[in-house]
Design a protein around this ligand. Structure first.
Ligand code: PLP
Length: 401
């Protein structure tokens, strides 16, 4: 092969290395849980989005096995050809019922991943007549969906309702769509959804909410951000993912029937892809029953307890915490290399906490992203807090000496 093909790739990879931006994958040998074995080592993990600890729940594992026995492994085709099964249909019914208190005439549609659900939503609802009003810290899948949609895109600063209002007031687009994460995935804070919805109602805009980190976690019943804020409107469009708190894989959109039918008819990321295995939908029925039942409530109560303890007990001098009431608890370190060094030291001590670097977060705000799960014990949490205190004290005294 000619070096002309390889050289540009090798240059770019070398540049990543120099900037502390080269990412490494590690291979887990055990199910997703706080205590894992990774590349042969036992670690205490604070990095998954398995917020309720359902990813290796025995009842959901059994449901997946039962689903495989009932429906086989592959769906065999896209939803509009022959890949749509009764398991998908039942899951969609249950999800629409679950969100019923918050939507008007809802229907739900499942997707293989949240990334594809966001591409589908923005490409099917957008177009040259549409203006999208996108929050500055939106997830990459919403940014890519906005690009794919060929809509006009206006970006408003993080959490800035007044700036959004100025943009909405000036808009002459035929269709307006405000697009936001509910829980920001690298900061852990919440979007001001009640104020956003009030604006959408005043200026006739849809409000599309990506609740990837809220579904199953927020609200008494685990219905997510809409339940947390007690929202109900026909203008709300809900996107929830099923591979985080729900512990399985996939995603869904719940919204007015007309929105869902538009997706079925027009969304290329829905139409031109093989349906996810029906057994996953079958497993998700078991997961949804747990989320909405007494066990889900208990798991959320324990998780809230862990979040409150972390908030009360972690005292930092030099590193900075972002205020967060969610399981996402970032600790800002600063430079890429410093964040990598801290993560590596914690790793040597038996903790697994990822360093998150640009472009996922702004330059100079590289951070540890601690995520808590209902499957952590209070002892797990105390181990982490003690280790963070000791490490920060050491770094501070080294910096001063
Ligand atoms: C994880 C995530 C997604 C993508 O969902 P997948 O099912 O993992 O593809 C979308 N939006 C946000 C905010 C996320 O955190």
């Amino acid at each position: 092969m000619s070096t002309a093909l390889l050289q540009p790739l090798q240059h770019r990879l070398a540049a990543l290395e120099v900037d502390g931006l080269r990412r490494q994958r590690r291979s887990t040998e055990t199910p997703c849980a706080p205590h894992v074995r990774v590349d042969g080592r036992a670690l205490l993990a604070f990095c998954s989005n398995d917020y309720l600890g359902l990813a290796s729940h025995p009842q959901i594992v059994a449901a997946l096995q039962e689903g495989a026995a009932l429906y086989g492994v592959g769906s065999g085709a896209s939803h509009l050809i022959s890949g749509h099964s009764v398991a998908h249909a039942l899951l969609e019914e249950r999800l629409a019922d679950f969100l019923l208190p918050h939507l008007v005439a809802p229907r739900a549609l499942t997707f293989s991943t949240g990334y594809m659900a966001n591409l589908a939503l923005l490409s099917a609802l957008g177009g040259v007549q549409t203006e999208l009003f996108c929050e500055a810290l939106n997830h990459a899948s919403l940014i890519d969906g906005a690009r794919l949609s060929r809509s006009r895109v206006s970006i408003y600063p993080h959490g800035d309702v007044a700036a959004l209002e100025v943009l909405l007031k000036a808009s002459t687009a035929a269709t307006r769509l405000v697009v936001t994460d509910s829980v920001f995935s690298m900061d852990g804070d919440l979007a001001p959804l009640p104020a956003l919805l009030a604006l959408c109602e005043r200026y006739e805009a849809w409000l599309l909410v990506d609740d990837a980190h809220g579904f199953g976690v927020l609200g008494e019943g685990g219905r997510g951000a809409f339940e947390h804020f007690a929202l109900r409107s026909s203008q709300l469009i809900y996107m929830g993912t099923l591979g985080k708190a729900a512990g399985v894989a996939g995603a869904f959109v719940a919204a007015h029937e007309a929105v869902i039918e538009t997706l079925v008819q027009r969304a290329r990321p829905y139409i031109y892809t093989t349906a996810s295995p029906p057994a996953l939908a079958h497993a998700l029925l078991a997961s949804l029953a747990i989320i909405g039942g007494a066990e889900g409530r208990q798991r959320r109560a324990h998780l809230s307890h862990l979040i409150a303890k972390f908030d009360a007990k972690l005292m930092l001098q030099q590193w900075r915490r972002l205020p967060s009431l969610t399981p996402i608890q970032p600790i800002i370190i600063g430079s890429n290399q410093a964040a990598l060094d801290v993560a590596a030291t914690l790793g040597a001590q038996g903790f697994w906490i990822p360093a998150i670097r640009p472009p996922t977060v702004p330059a100079g705000s590289a951070r540890l992203r601690v995520t808590l799960s209902a499957s952590h014990t209070i002892e797990d949490l105390h181990c982490l807090i003690d280790a963070l205190h000791a490490l920060e004290a050491r770094e501070t005294s080294e910096a001063e000496s």
